[in-house]
Design a protein around this ligand. Structure first.
Ligand code: PRP
Length: 221
């Protein structure tokens, strides 16, 4: 009997692109995650189950070993401060950028700290600290694009994909913080205990992604 393997997948955009990758390596949920209200889904492999959770929670489930392996956006990994993870494969899916943006043509005020609205608090703090720029970070949970329009913030830090949301709200990208894509992440203890099964799964997934296979390295914090 093979070891049980639990895979954590993020709801939403990444899930749509990740499911076909898992299907290609022979792992398919018995029910559609978009239609089922279940949080734990059985798959065609009796020893493999899927957890369907909020994107920002995937690194935590994998860090604590509640899931052996998972898929997480680099944006969520950059915000995660836990460690305990390997990040063996850039899946090359759900690509976008994390950017600093402002109102189109706006001249930023001098002589006071700029206000930056974002849900990516850790990423924004680290970025501006590295530039030696003191800013005031305002934590939001969504619709960051609104903040500069109503005077809540001078800048936002948010994901940009097509740029359509910025354009529709008369905003423009000012600085690139990082290129983002979805990554395979693995619990360190699981990697030891279930080494053969997980290595096989990782290798199969890596071989079907166009992404460059990187050496297993610890998530940097
Ligand atoms: C993301 C992001 C932007 C938008 C960018 O939001 O926060 O609002 O997508 O995409 P675009 O450049 O193609 O317009 P998402 O729809 O993921 O929802 P969220 O507000 O919950 O993050």
């Amino acid at each position: 009997m093979e070891n049980p393997i639990t895979i954590a997948l993020p709801k939403g955009r990444i899930l749509k692109e990740a499911l076909p990758l898992f299907a290609k390596v022979g792992i398919e949920p018995l029910e559609s995650p978009s239609e089922s209200r279940k949080l734990i889904l059985e798959t065609n492999a009796p020893n493999i189950k899927l957890l369907i959770i909020r994107p920002t929670d995937v690194p935590t489930y994998v860090q604590y070993g509640a899931a052996d392996i998972g898929v997480s956006g680099k944006d969520s990994l950059m915000e995660h401060s836990g460690g305990g993870l390997y990040e063996p494969v850039d899946l090359g899916i759900s690509k976008c950028r994390i950017m600093v943006a402002a109102q189109k043509g706006a001249v930023l005020p001098q002589g006071r700290r700029l206000k930056v609205a974002t849900k990516y608090v850790k990423t924004a703090k680290e970025y501006f600290a590295l530039k030696g720029q003191q800013v005031e970070i305002i934590k939001l949970y969504g619709s960051m694009e609104l903040a500069p329009l109503v005077g809540l913030a001078d800048l936002i830090v948010d994901l940009v994909d097509t740029g359509g949301t910025l354009k529709a709200n008369n905003l423009e990208s000012r600085e690139l913080i990082a290129q983002i894509s979805a990554r395979l992440i693995v619990n360190k203890a699981s990697m030891k205990i279930k080494h053969k099964q997980l290595t096989e799964m990782i290798n199969k997934i890596a071989s079907i992604t166009e992404a460059t296979r990187e050496n297993i390295h610890e998530v940097q914090h």
